[in-house]
Design a protein around this ligand. Structure first.
Ligand SMILES: [Zn+2]
Length: 205
């Protein structure tokens, strides 16, 4: 018979032995945060097979710098659920990203936030982009905004866990409502999108 107690994010006691398990992370805030995750890796269950004890670091995730052509940046780390050397993992890998990285995009979270914030101030998409002085084409920015618009319902559902919808004068523009809600939910953070990814441990887009 299992006895279960909770203590922060640490839980699971059973009759014969004590297992400490930690929630899986998908984003980290800084090198110290990554180190804390790394020290707990052996007690962290794989997101696929749920077994603990098989996760190991499996190299870096690199990508292109958003403004400097040809320069590579470290976007995060790859974690492997090892099935080698008699380990019982499932053999799958997953990513642990820096919180200011947007999965699948070159633009960083802070730049995307500045772009969206400019739009919430009444700028057009092209004006909002030019203000950032980033080397992205107009079509890239339109595509990015379209993706953001399509994912609003998921974003707003998560934001409601953090804070209620702010009282606003009537704005008949759902993307701006979402941007304002995001700003309100993470008003104490310099980049609400980075804070969103850290808080909910899920990609913003
Ligand atoms: Zn696994």
């Amino acid at each position: 018979m299992f006895i279960r107690r909770q203590f922060g994010k640490i839980f699971f006691f059973n009759k014969r032995s004590i297992f400490l398990r930690f929630k899986i992370k998908h984003f980290y805030s800084c090198s110290g945060d990554f180190q804390r995750f790394y020290f707990r890796l052996k007690q962290t269950p794989c997101p696929y097979c749920k077994s603990a004890g098989s996760l190991i670091l499996h190299g870096y995730l690199s990508g292109n710098h958003q403004t400097i052509s040809g320069e590579k940046i470290i976007r995060g780390r790859r974690i492997f659920c090892s099935n080698r050397n008699r380990r019982v993992g499932c053999g799958k890998t997953f990513s642990l990203l820096a919180a200011n990285i947007l999965k699948g995009f070159n633009i960083c979270a802070n730049s995307l936030w500045r772009f969206l914030n400019n739009i919430s101030k009444g700028m057009s998409k092209i004006q909002a982009l030019k203000k950032l002085n980033l080397p992205f084409s107009d079509s890239t920015v339109y595509r990015l905004f379209k993706i953001f618009s399509h994912r609003q319902s998921r974003i707003r559902t998560l934001l409601l866990r953090q804070s209620p919808v702010p009282q606003l004068p009537f704005i008949n523009h759902p993307p701006i409502q979402t941007i304002v809600h995001l700003k309100s939910a993470f008003k104490n953070f310099p980049c609400p999108i980075t804070a969103f990814q850290l808080s909910f441990q899920t990609p913003f887009l």
